[in-house]
Design a protein around this ligand. Structure first.
Ligand code: SAM
Length: 243
């Protein structure tokens, strides 16, 4: 089993429907301010079920969703069939994206599942797709000193705020005995320090900086904004995130 197989099956990460809804709402709310204006074209790479993607689509001209797991793509296609602004891309859909046509690419809670060669390929591909004013946002990056205990604590805090604490406690117990724990210890999640990410982005031709806040509920994890040389400074985007 690899991580795509895991996500293609029945992942136990979300402890309840309420958890998934709350998570997706937070992610959509975090992404939306980065959509520069209503003419913007957005690509969400590794989007997951993205049940609140319509909230991002409302702020943009076009939202492209791509995920490696076939079952996730199937659910997305059913959910957003007929939505005027959302397109669920096929497995090879990324290759068909016109060069320089995407204004915002989001990669949230994904790079921990990628091999270094896959991440490198993704960064090169994003460089090709980004428009001159475009930004790549990589969120929920796990630093090396943040592990399962921190994740569990962040989940409990989130669940307390969002009203699914009993489900979170039960879910954590189930997770302890689930294939997620086994696969996580076998395949390992990739972790990165702030300097590693900035260096990696720089070696792929981006100017990058860490954002003040992560895109997600776990503020022990990190988010980065990357732009191509000559692109906008991104100051306004950073300001929008602070609001
Ligand atoms: C934790 S979910 C994140 C979903 C969404 N971005 C969010 O923040 O809610 C991780 C997603 O990454 C996708 N994924 C896992 N391995 C991948 C790979 N090698 N290439 C692309 N996507 C991958 C999974 O299918 C899954 O939907």
């Amino acid at each position: 089993m690899n991580w795509v197989d895991y996500w293609n099956g029945k992942p136990t990460i979300y402890v309840s429907a309420r958890h998934q809804q709350a998570h997706d709402a937070v992610v959509a709310a975090c992404i939306a301010p980065f959509v520069a204006d209503a003419s913007g074209c957005v690509l969400d790479f590794g989007c997951g079920d993205a049940t609140r993607a319509h909230l991002v689509a409302e702020r943009s001209a076009k939202l492209l969703l791509w995920d490696a797991a076939p079952s996730v793509r199937q659910r997305l296609s059913e959910r957003y069939a007929g939505h005027g602004k959302i397109t669920v891309l096929s497995p090879d859909g990324l290759a068909g994206i016109e060069a320089g046509s995407i204004d915002l690419i989001t990669v949230i809670s994904v790079i921990q599942y990628l091999q270094p060669s896959e991440l490198s390929e993704l960064l090169t591909n994003c460089q090709r797709m980004l428009s001159p004013r475009g930004a790549l946002i990589i969120g929920d990056v796990i630093p090396p000193d943040v592990g399962m205990v921190h994740d569990a604590w962040a989940l409990l805090s989130f669940a307390g705020r969002e009203g699914f604490l009993p489900a979170a406690v039960t879910g954590l117990i189930k997770t302890a005995f689930s294939d997620y724990r086994t696969i996580r210890s076998k395949l390992q999640l990739k972790t990165y320090s702030q300097s590693e990410i900035v260096q990696l982005l720089s070696s792929h031709g981006y100017a990058a900086r860490r954002l003040d806040r992560n895109l997600g509920h776990n503020q022990r994890r990190m988010a980065f904004e990357a732009r191509l040389p000559g692109a906008g400074s991104g100051g306004a985007v950073g300001d929008r995130l602070k609001r």
